[in-house]
Design a binder for this molecule. Structure first.
Ligand code: AMP
Length: 302
């Protein structure tokens, strides 16, 4: 299926072409027609399936085909600043040839970023992409008007619940009109997720996309070890490897710190990233990893 099959406006197709997308992914094939027809949706899909474009494209199409005003029409709520940034960049690419505007609202601890976001939210934008806590901080100040909101999207909703954002999400809900289209994306469907879905979605279309298999040439291995053996094992595995980019995920901030310190001790070029770093530090580390100045990045799942 190509993107011409959805009858998208030519200026939206231009953005899709510029990103080099030729055919729709399975989740895009299923979600785009459902979203265009105005239905609520719950999608089980993981990152890598093309789910971001699956909701951005039909929302952009709907916004460009209705008369323009300054109201906030779409709100995307995500668990982390990195995901907000990533979706905002994706949005910029896809909407490049259209007049649809979007702003990311995820903070940074300095006052300047708060007042920049405040200004942007007061002026209005078609789409706001936010983390829950930061959005509530702005809503509490009284200058954000969500009364014209038509599209609400929760991305990685199960992760937001894991991170304890249940009440924050319901609080944001209290500011948005009941007459709206709601889309919810989640990789898993635990009990609290089902409960949230029941509360916020009306007769949703359900879409399940199996996670894609790793490519043929990827070697996957698992080692069963005790906690105290983990750091020595990673040190042993990495000692003689001359790879330029290694990404290691740990479940906690303290384990990223401990592992990164242990790798540095071996003379390896490693650094950690987790939510104790401020936004500019996080971006600095990511940029170093991207430019291959840093070889080993030890990360929590931010
Ligand atoms: P996502 O699952 O939304 O994080 O997307 C994973 C990656 O797939 C991103 O780098 C997208 O730019 C890319 N992508 C999304 N849709 C398509 C498509 N139809 N064709 C090729 N790449 C795509």
């Amino acid at each position: 299926m190509t993107f011409h099959d959805f009858n998208f406006e030519a200026r939206l197709i231009e953005g899709i072409d510029a990103l080099g997308y030729e055919t729709a992914t399975p989740i895009q094939e299923q979600a785009i027609p459902a979203i265009l027809s105005g239905k609520d949706l719950i999608g089980s899909a993981q990152t890598g399936t093309g789910k971001t474009a699956a909701f951005l494209l039909p929302i952009i199409q709907k916004i460009i085909t209705t008369p323009h005003d300054d109201a906030i029409k779409a709100l995307v709520i995500v668990p982390t600043r990195e995901l907000a940034q990533q979706i905002d960049q994706h949005m910029e690419g896809l909407s490049y040839f259209t007049p649809v505007s979007s702003i990311p609202v995820y903070g940074g601890t300095d006052g300047a970023s708060f007042s920049r976001e405040r200004q942007a939210l007061s002026n209005g934008a078609d789409m706001v992409i936010c983390t829950p806590g930061r959005m509530i901080a702005h809503l509490n100040m009284g200058y954000v008007n969500l009364s014209s909101l038509r599209y609400l999207i929760l991305d990685e909703a199960d992760r937001m619940l894991d991170m304890g954002f249940y009440d924050d999400i319901l609080k944001i809900m209290s500011y948005v009109p009941p007459e709206r289209q709601t889309l919810c994306f989640t990789a898993t469907m635990p009990k609290d997720m089902r409960e949230l879905a029941r509360k916020i979605l009306k007769n949703p279309v359900e879409i399940n996309i199996a996670p894609s298999k790793p490519a043929e040439n990827i070697l996957q291995m698992a080692y069963v070890v005790y906690d105290t053996q983990k750091i020595p094992l990673v040190q042993y595995l990495l000692k003689d490897l001359k790879l330029r980019s290694i990404l290691i995920f740990c479940s906690t901030k303290s384990s990223t710190k401990a592992l990164s310190a242990a790798l540095k001790k071996l003379g390896l070029n490693a650094q950690e990233i987790h939510s104790d770093l401020d936004q500019s530090e996080r971006e600095k580390v990511l940029n170093k990893f991207r430019s291959k100045e840093l070889n080993i990045l030890v990360a929590t799942d931010i």
